[in-house]
Design a protein around this ligand. Structure first.
Ligand code: ADP
Ligand code: MG
Length: 560
């Protein structure tokens, strides 16, 4: 650790821009913080340098209860990142990645579990005049603005101790609620009074105004849960099994499903979905024509293709809507999903249903597809995989649903009994399968990854939902539970970690490799991913990481 950064910067006034590189390392600042230049910047147009500001415990002085568990540290760090982003908002050269409505573990701010010290990580565009160093401006940014912003952030957090506590307790309650689901036999919970609709398709903040109908649970599905801070809360429990959401168009079905979809993450106070949670093994599925599929056993859904291809070992560079959804379902179960969410709006109709009249017209041996309606019960009974399905357009699922919830003007009611009655009148439809056979484990072949990727892995986020992986571009637009663009970066780093640490060794199945990855990421995911590369990222789940790997064109899978 060196000292005298300010003087050093001043003395570099007008020097070649490249000399910034000589500053890489740790610098003690007069206020007691440590500024670390992690990565320099080659020229004024290159990506910004990476800077970390470490604020020691005696300057943060948070009570230990705010940082003694991983959940509290994540919440506190998220609060601080938001304040720090605010504190530097006027400075174009500095950008703190604060995140949106979800409280994710991210690299921009971390709180140490040892002593409550705080680290801010950010990109800093180092100032230059042409190709010369602007030393005065650099001194102002790094020695005044940045430590000043950190100081103001911490002072503000001390003044607003009540708000910090609320933030931390909100997240802790949401984690407790999610962890309680299993013991209650539930896959999801939507609290009384929750606000589910969002401001718009591009604005994830809660909808406001007189038209918003707060959530009200139907009596039959009402559950009470006691939380550490909020005490007893009531709401709709979504039970294990096959759940169907019906109702007229525009009555709030998809909005309810989307709330469950994002219920794998915790939300900030005031979001409206603080107490809307789902099991952490919940995966949203959708049709995604054009995606690649590599050696997935989809024969439960697709068989006897006209070209005679073997659907127990199915690959394509260009899947159809139905085959893509079938493959995504099998891949999700392979990766360990226990709850599947499907919305008719984004599902392939022919994979979902085939009614009596179509069965009469098109004989089974002319139709490769077996609709999900015929294996969805077995999925739960034999494989422990529950489903929540939005389906307003076909009654065929009434027969196979354990529960049917109807949305009517944004208000849910339990219509299971009435649905049973209706379903007891036969439609003449024949079941086309009696069970879901399970999934086949695949082994990613490390030799199929680009030599370039294997040797010196470079997996980078491009824009909000594309990952470039060697020569390949991985399109993640259909992976809907990615909550934040920085998670795409996190997925890239996780994949790179898997490659570098040899987790993909040609013997381990994908699921085993993911479990190994989870093991590496349980204790301190941010530090582990930072060993790959210092960037702004948010920590992803195994399911999204698997989804990315499954979409890498060129990756070969072996079968065990
Ligand atoms: P569906 O899937 O049944 O067709 P959506 O869930 O897409 O309906 O909702 C239709 C519209 O109603 C959306 O614009 C949504 O934001 C709005 N909406 C959903 N739930 C509520 C609610 N509780 N209060 C007010 N508006 C809502
Ligand atoms: Mg809808």
């Amino acid at each position: 650790t060196r000292s005298g950064l300010a003087g050093e910067l001043r003395s570099m006034e007008g020097a070649q821009y490249g000399r910034y590189k000589s500053l890489v390392g740790r610098w003690e600042l007069p206020g007691g913080e440590t500024l670390e230049l992690v990565r320099g910047q080659a020229d004024p147009y290159a990506p910004p340098a990476r800077v970390a500001l470490h604020v020691p415990a005696q300057l943060t002085a948070f009570p230990a209860e705010l940082w003694e568990t991983p959940t509290r540290r994540r919440a506190l760090a998220s609060y601080l990142a938001r304040q720090a982003a605010h504190a530097v908002r006027g400075e174009k050269a500095l950008r703190v990645d604060a995140g949106g409505q979800e409280v994710l573990e991210r690299s921009s701010c971390t709180v140490s579990g040892e002593d409550g010290s705080v680290t801010l990580r950010l990109g800093a565009a180092l100032p230059g005049r042409g190709r010369r160093i602007d030393g005065r401006e650099a001194e102002r940014l790094l020695c005044q603005v940045l430590p000043g912003a950190a100081e103001r952030t911490l002072r503000y957090a001390a003044l607003e101790a009540e708000a910090v506590r609320e933030f931390v307790e909100t997240v802790e309650d949401s984690v407790a609620l999610r962890e309680a689901l299993d013991g209650l036999g539930l896959v999801g919970f939507v609290a009384e009074g929750a606000v589910l609709p969002r401001r718009s398709g591009v604005d994830d903040r809660p909808a406001t105004g007189g038209g918003v109908v707060p959530f009200a649970s139907p009596e039959e599905l009402r559950v009470k849960v006691t939380l550490p801070h909020a005490g007893e809360v009531r709401g709709m429990g979504v039970p294990e099994g096959v759940n169907l959401v019906v109702g007229g168009g525009f009555h709030g079905k998809s909005t309810l499903l989307r709330a469950l979809e994002t219920g794998i993450w915790d939300h900030v106070p005031g979001d409206g979905r603080e107490l809307v949670v789902s099991r952490s093994e919940t995966v949203k599925l959708r049709a995604e024509d054009g995606r690649r599929v590599e050696r997935v056993d989809v024969h439960a859904f697709v068989d006897h293709l006209p070209d005679g291809s073997d659907t127990t070992d199915f690959s394509t560079e260009n899947a159809s809507g139905s085959t893509s959804q079938a493959a995504s379902l099998c891949e999700a179960v392979e990766a360990g999903a226990r709850v599947l969410l499907i919305d008719e709006d984004t599902a392939a109709t022919n994979l979902m249903i085939r009614d009596a009249r179509m069965q009469a017209l098109v004989a089974k041996d002319r139709e490769p597809l077996t609709p999900l309606v015929d294996s969805i019960r077995s999925l739960h009974r034999d494989h422990g995989v529950s489903t929540v399905l939005v389906m307003g357009g076909s009654g065929d699922y009434l027969e196979v649903a354990d529960r049917v919830v109807m949305m009517d003007a944004y208000r849910p009611s339990d219509v299971t009994a009435r649905a049973r009655e209706i379903a007891s009148v036969p439609t003449g439809r024949n079941a086309e399968a009696d069970s879901f056979p399970g999934v086949v484990s695949r082994v990613p072949d490390p030799d199929s990854l680009d030599a370039e990727v294997r040797g010196r892995a470079r997996i980078r986020a491009r824009g909000e939902d594309v990952l470039s992986f060697g020569d390949h571009e991985v399109d993640l637009r259909a992976v809907e539970q990615i909550a934040d663009p920085r998670q795409v970066t996190g997925i890239g780093l996780a994949l790179e970690l898997m490659v570098r640490r040899g987790m993909l060794d040609g013997r381990r199945t994908l699921a085993e490799a993911l479990t190994l990855l989870d093991g590496e990421l349980t204790a301190d995911a941010t530090s582990t991913l930072l060993t790959v590369r210092d960037e702004d990222f948010a920590v992803p789940r195994r399911y999204e990481t698997a989804s990315a790997l499954n979409r890498v064109r060129g990756l070969r899978m072996l079968r065990r």
